[in-house]
Design a protein around this ligand. Sequence first.
Ligand code: AP5
Ligand code: MG
Ligand code: ZN
Length: 217
Amino acid sequence: MVNLVLLGPPGAGKGTQAAGIAKKYDIPHISTGDIFRKNIKEKTPLGERAKSYMDRGELVPDELVIELVEDRLTEPDCKNGFLLDGFPRTVFQAEEFDKFLNENGMNITKVINLDVEADELVNRLSGRRVCESCGASYHVKNIPPKKEGVCDTCGGNVIQRADDTKETVLNRINVYNDSTRPLIDYYDKTGTLVTLDGAAGLENVFNSIIKAVGEAL
Ligand code: AP5
Ligand code: MG
Ligand code: ZN
């Protein structure tokens, strides 16, 4: 099994890199943010509860997230492993996740931490566009879709995310620093962490991820 966790601040490129990694190892890309956005779009009770937190750039309460991920990981498409993007995001989530992995005789192959400085994160997120249907990430300048407003992969609508306004972006970065950054230390201690330069070009980042994962297999 290849069990991967993508760690990194908002805009680090987790979603962008996830598609290629998932394909390479034939594992599902599980983005908690994408799951919440789908629930918001479909107006489910979970979506209704998550929306106010997400709109403000705050974290959704731990109890809404942990069970959701654990349920998702028991689905048949996780037979070869999984690629988590945006989970865990607090030390509490990481501890609960460790318990779940232990109980199920599983472990994490690698935690990939994408490192990008704050100015570049703001620049990336203010120009980001995402596919409403498949979640693919684009950037108005860096990585535009071939046809404006249309997803290269699935033909879906390419839109701006509700939480990509300047004010919310800055709050998300603060929330990351307070609640998620401590996970770098947490996973460093377990020996599963690798920190990579997320500011390099798309292909360079991808190649360094594949190399680090390959060494852990
Ligand atoms: P989530 O959807 O996870 O958002 P995020 O963590 O803020 O991360 P982003 O999706 O913004 O960044 P990314 O790293 O995926 O960047 P991307 O690849 O798109 O979470 C949203 C919300 O959901 C949270 O705020 C919270 O409320 C809630 N939530 C989710 N999980 C939760 C949890 N576990 N607990 C509690 N709450 C939770 O790239 C960004 C831009 O950069 C794009 O424009 C892209 O084209 C560009 N780019 C990418 N790579 C490069 C490169 N190498 N060079 C140049 N440009 C690049
Ligand atoms: Mg993302
Ligand atoms: Zn798409």
